[in-house]
Design a protein around this ligand. Structure first.
Ligand SMILES: NC(=O)c1ccc[n+]([C@@H]2O[C@H](COP(=O)([O-])OP(=O)(O)OC[C@H]3O[C@@H](n4cnc5c(N)ncnc54)[C@H](O)[C@@H]3O)[C@@H](O)[C@H]2O)c1
Length: 276
């Protein structure tokens, strides 16, 4: 049987590398895309050292011609694409909408949203005649709720979620599914090190997350692998948050958790006698 191939964009980054590892573990050969050679090569080296088949395909996903050429190269040199993971992304400087720079808006929308569209289009054209395929896009809770200081990012991620729903409806007749994942604050190396340094930004995010933790990149990767598996054939057009329930949080929740938690006779009893 021919080995299935998965294309992971931004695979040199923290989450992309973890996704590549999980998909390789699930039996996919990995087409490692990034705009930067060094992180892509590191991801390929990690995968091949673990005995997996992987190759780097450098391209700027916000360039339609580069995306079409990359997808053609992958299929010519590596085999038919069974899965696409839209993961590449760019961080933006925080600013209010009233201060938001045109270039930041354009760059963010171009990479996250337009780039994902170019990839969905290029890959779907090849998957349709084969009647099989999986598309997973890494959105964000910012795309579900908006977020102060990252208006361009939230808008781009909301666009990816809508692109996912349209792709699901248009491609389902051809055995192709399209789903999105909306992570909360992820425990990447940068975020973990900020947390260790006592960053108020990260601490505030954790306070507003009922389980009080950053999302492990491996949790996102595991869900991607599941959505790309035969078992997930009927899951289509869904956006699944992985956020420790932070999107459910309301204004007083964190205060009430702390204050009632301190006074709860049951929790007090548990602390006094953990065996109870
Ligand atoms: N880190 C978080 O807390 C978090 C939360 C929710 C969603 N996300 C999303 O997850 C995805 C991965 O995030 P990450 O934290 O691993 O980021 P990262 O910066 O570690 O990785 C992103 C990768 O994308 C690559 N890239 C950037 N522009 C590109 C382009 N035009 N073409 C090809 N590759 C390009 C970068 O070189 C980088 O290797 C992003 O889409 C991000 O928005 C991240």
């Amino acid at each position: 049987m021919t080995q299935q191939v998965a294309l992971v964009t931004g695979a040199g980054g923290s989450i992309g590398t973890e996704i590549s590892k999980a998909l390789a573990g699930a039996g996919f050969a990995i087409a490692v895309n990034d705009i930067k050679a060094e992180p892509a090569d590191a991801c390929v080296a990690m995968l091949t050292a673990a005995g997996h088949r992987a190759r780097s395909f450098l391209a700027d996903i916000s360039d339609a011609a580069a995306v079409n050429a990359m997808v053609a190269d992958i299929e010519a040199e590596f085999g038919p694409l069974g899965a696409l993971v839209n993961n590449a992304g760019v961080p933006g400087p925080f600013s209010l909408l009233v201060d938001l720079d045109d270039d930041v808006w354009a760059r963010t929308l171009n990479v996250h949203l337009t780039g994902s569209f170019y990839l969905v289009r290029a890959v779907a054209r090849r998957m349709i005649p084969r009647n099989v395929g999986r598309i997973v896009s890494i959105a964000s809770v910012a795309g579900l709720r908006g977020t102060v200081g990252s208006g361009e990012y939230g808008a781009a991620k909301a666009g990816m979620i809508c692109l996912t729903m349209t792709a699901a409806k248009e491609l389902a007749p051809f055995g192709i599914t399209a789903n999105a994942i909306a992570p909360g604050m992820v425990g990447t190396e940068i975020n973990r090190s900020l947390a260790d340094q006592g960053s108020r930004f990260i601490q505030t995010a954790l306070d507003a997350t009922p389980d009080g933790s950053l999302v492990p990149p491996a949790d996102i990767a595991g869900l991607v692998a599941y959505l790309c598996s035969p078992a997930a054939a009927r899951i289509n057009g869904v956006t699944m948050p992985i956020d420790g329930a932070s999107t459910l949080e309301m204004g007083t929740d964190s205060y009430m958790r702390r204050s009632l938690g301190k006074r709860s006779p049951f929790l007090k009893g548990l602390a006094d006698d953990p065996s109870a």
